[in-house]
Design a protein around this ligand. Structure first.
Ligand SMILES: Cc1ncc(COP(=O)(O)O)c(C=O)c1O
Length: 376
């Protein structure tokens, strides 16, 4: 017996259910490939938003080459499904070395990322598999203030020089910058400013490394808000590594990366109760179906309910959400118990992570099921 819902109508799904609009997912993936092509840069797509084979196939235009992941589990999952040229884009620690070694052995191109002197020491303390070197990107912090060596520091330049000097053990690939600080921007213009500042600082770093005689083969930045605003200075880079653009979300719409209509995912939920005395109704999507990401960011609460701009998701417990109108009295007849609502999430990476299957839809039919890898 199969539990597959392929061929079923959306109304037949158990809710909450994570839905993907196939036309929009394809268009979002194609759009980023075209943006990169037009600028003459490669796309090393981040897979963290969806963690599925199907999503990464679309991101790579079918080549299954050139991705970056945020977990080592994803690296193994994609290697199992015929992907290559995979960057484990996460700070390297000794605990991961046996798995890093196995991936280096089995893939033609497997890269790791280091963000400190300790990470470099960890790497050179291990012998790479026979006939291989450790293929390494240095993560540089150009203002995001998360992982990475600080772009201005002399020690960071020395570390890049060291990476270029251990040629028997290490192949130094280049520099990786994640301009996640674009998410703190309030306007389009601010996003562009963050993007430009990151690029400027990265190029400055490259020049200083070059002065030491070290070549950075590949330099890149990423983040969906910045990559959704292509610019001339991006042409000076070799690759971009955005990820969220596959699904997009309400947060991206507030940053000017998209309009709400371009968001490719939504959570289907059912109304489970009417409470006229408090002018509220309940839905079967609590924080385990949507998350509480974006708390306090929207007048409509924890997301946007499609075609219902007057509704607010005002509270969430584990399995139950509370809905009330922004103003006026709720028209309960318009929302019968058992009927469906569709929520665009604030942060699709987090919402997707709550679901073990994504229902891929065309119009009102499920046409496929995508199963993400989970774990670390
Ligand atoms: C290291 C790294 N690279 C790339 C990305 C992709 O950025 P975005 O999700 O904004 O597209 C992320 C996202 O968090 C990241 O952490």
């Amino acid at each position: 017996m199969t539990n597959s819902k392929v061929g079923h109508r959306i109304e037949e799904l158990t809710t909450p259910a994570f839905l993907l609009d196939l036309v929009k997912v394809k268009s979002n993936c194609q759009g980023m490939l075209e943006t990169c092509k037009a600028m003459g840069v490669s796309l090393r797509a981040q897979t963290k938003t969806h963690k599925t084979v199907e999503g990464a196939v679309l991101q790579t235009g079918g080549s299954r080459k050139g991705i970056v992941t945020s977990t080592i589990d994803e690296c193994e999952f994609y290697a199992d499904h015929g992907f290559d040229d995979i960057l484990y884009g996460y700070p390297l620690i000794a605990h991961h070395m046996p798995r890093i070694s196995a991936l280096t052995r089995r893939l033609e191109k497997f890269h790791v990322m280091v963000d400190s002197k300790l990470a470099v020491e960890t790497l050179i303390a291990s012998q790479p598999p026979t006939g291989k070197t450790w293929s390494v990107f240095l993560k540089v912090d150009c203002g995001n203030n998360r992982a990475g060596v600080w772009w201005e520091d002399e020690e960071s330049i020395i570390l890049a020089h060291q990476l270029g000097s251990y040629s028997s053990l290490i192949t130094f690939r280049g520099l990786y910058v994640h301009c996640g600080n674009s998410y703190y921007a309030k306007t389009d213009v601010e996003v562009e400013k963050v993007r430009d500042e990151n690029i400027e600082r990265l190029l400055n770093f490259v020049d200083r490394v070059k002065e030491r005689g070290v070549t950075c083969e590949t330099i890149g930045i990423g983040s969906t808000p910045s990559c959704k605003k292509p610019s001339d200075n991006m042409k000076k880079l070799d690759e971009l590594h955005p990820g969220n653009y596959v699904f997009l979300d309400v947060q991206q719409s507030t940053l000017g990366s998209c309009i709400v209509d371009e968001i490719a995912c939504r959570v289907a939920t059912r109304i489970i109760g009417h409470y006229p005395k408090r002018n509220q109704m309940l839905i079967d999507c609590g924080f385990t179906g949507l998350t509480k990401q974006g708390e306090g960011m929207l007048v409509t609460g924890y997301g946007i309910i499609r075609d219902n701009p007057n509704l607010k998701i005002c509270n969430m417990t584990q399995e139950i959400g509370y809905i009330e109108p922004l103003k006026g009295k709720l028209d309960f007849e318009k929302y019968p118990v058992g009927s469906l609502l569709f929520i665009f999430p604030w942060h699709s990476c987090a919402t997707a992570a709550m679901h073990s299957v994504y229902y891929v839809i065309e119009e009102d039919k499920v046409v496929a099921e995508w199963k993400p890898t989970r774990g670390w």
